[in-house]
Design a protein around this ligand. Structure first.
Ligand code: FES
Length: 154
């Protein structure tokens, strides 16, 4: 018998029947809810491509069981822009060229937003790199990413 859970995703309630109680939040977001902006990179907690906010805090959604998030408020990259108006963190990534291929970018942006909301971000590039170290960019666009965090936090 499926396990029923409710998630609040980008402000909308989603009632989901989980056939497999071991389904990760990442797979539920992508395959059941259709929010494919959250990316699957390593699927083992090492790259940060799957970063979302749960109740305002950064997590790797590939490491979280969807069943354990029953009732949680989840924000994905799709929940940031208001129509055609980008969120300030998204705009900062564009202004600083904080990406190249773009695959890691949703996770980078969600991690940057979490960092800013947690009050951890400041204007020190070294501290930002440390705080963002869970988000890997294989194109090595780190300078632009760090500048984006500083700009968005200003
Ligand atoms: Fe989750 Fe890499 S896909 S950390």
């Amino acid at each position: 018998m499926p396990l029923s859970i409710s998630l609040i995703v980008n402000g909308e309630q989603k009632d989901i029947a989980l056939e497999d109680p071991r389904a990760t939040l990442l797979d539920v977001l992508r395959d059941r809810i259709g929010l494919t902006g959250t990316k699957k990179g390593c699927d083992r907690g090492q790259c940060g491509a799957c970063t979302v906010l749960i109740d305002g805090r950064r997590i790797n959604s590939c490491l979280s069981l969807a069943a354990s998030q029953d009732g949680a408020e989840i924000t994905t990259i799709e929940g940031l822009a208001a129509g055609d108006d980008l969120h300030p963190v998204q705009a900062a990534f564009i202004e600083t060229d904080g990406f190249q291929c773009g695959y890691c970018t949703p996770g980078q942006i969600m991690s940057a937003l979490g960092l800013i909301r947690e009050g951890i971000a400041d204007d020190d590039p070294e501290r930002i790199r440390e705080a963002m170290s869970g988000n890997i960019c294989r194109c090595a666009a780190y300078q632009g990413i760090t500048e984006a965090v500083i700009k968005a936090n200003a």
